[in-house]
Design a protein around this ligand. Sequence first.
Ligand code: GLN
Length: 232
Amino acid sequence: VNVKAEEKTYTIGTDLTFAPFEYQNSSGTYIGIDVDLINAIAKDQGFKVDLKPLGFDSAVQAVQSNQVDGMVAGMSITDERKKSFDFSDPYFDSGISMAVKKGNTSIKSYDDLKGKTVAAKVGTESAAFLEKNQKKYGYTIKNFDDATGLYKSLENGETVAIFDDYPVLGYAITNGQALELVGEKETGSAYGFAVKKGQNQELLEKFNAGLKNLKASGEYDKIIDKYISSGQ
Ligand code: GLN
């Protein structure tokens, strides 16, 4: 009798709400590009995934404290993060953008943010961007733990502008959220799957091997097309 070796299960941290990369459908199941990608890679490479939607910054902490084996959360591959994480090959190009409440014509550029409150999600590239440019533009920063609070802050007037990854803002607008993008998008880093530096290297290798196979088979494109209709 040929008994298949039991497949290893890896716990993978992810964000709470970061559509179209990870979010819950109407029945509460997590779906999205990251979710489909990690599941397809797991299938291709013969491992199991225990997905933990912790929130972005909490997932970062969970990887660093060895509570999870890795994370897939639309996480930008940055030099700063490379000090504490090892990243897979990039799997999606991204960057950040500013958005205001639809119909708000008073914010046309960063210069209009003086004395105003702007926001991003804790621990993200957007939050780092806001901190870096605070002196220059003279705004107040509010950081939110998750997207729900962040996006609501525009609606209830707590903030005048929010910063987030442009594929995520674009998806929100396409899906009817009352937002509009202002100004040029900032070039940012591509997304990568991450493990703690020096650890879980076999998982990183499996991710890269699986990603390569999914790209070759056309499955990668199918996943992207399922969530993003025309281009990026
Ligand atoms: N790409 C951004 C970053 O890595 C945001 C990720 C997220 O909010 N899930 O900082």
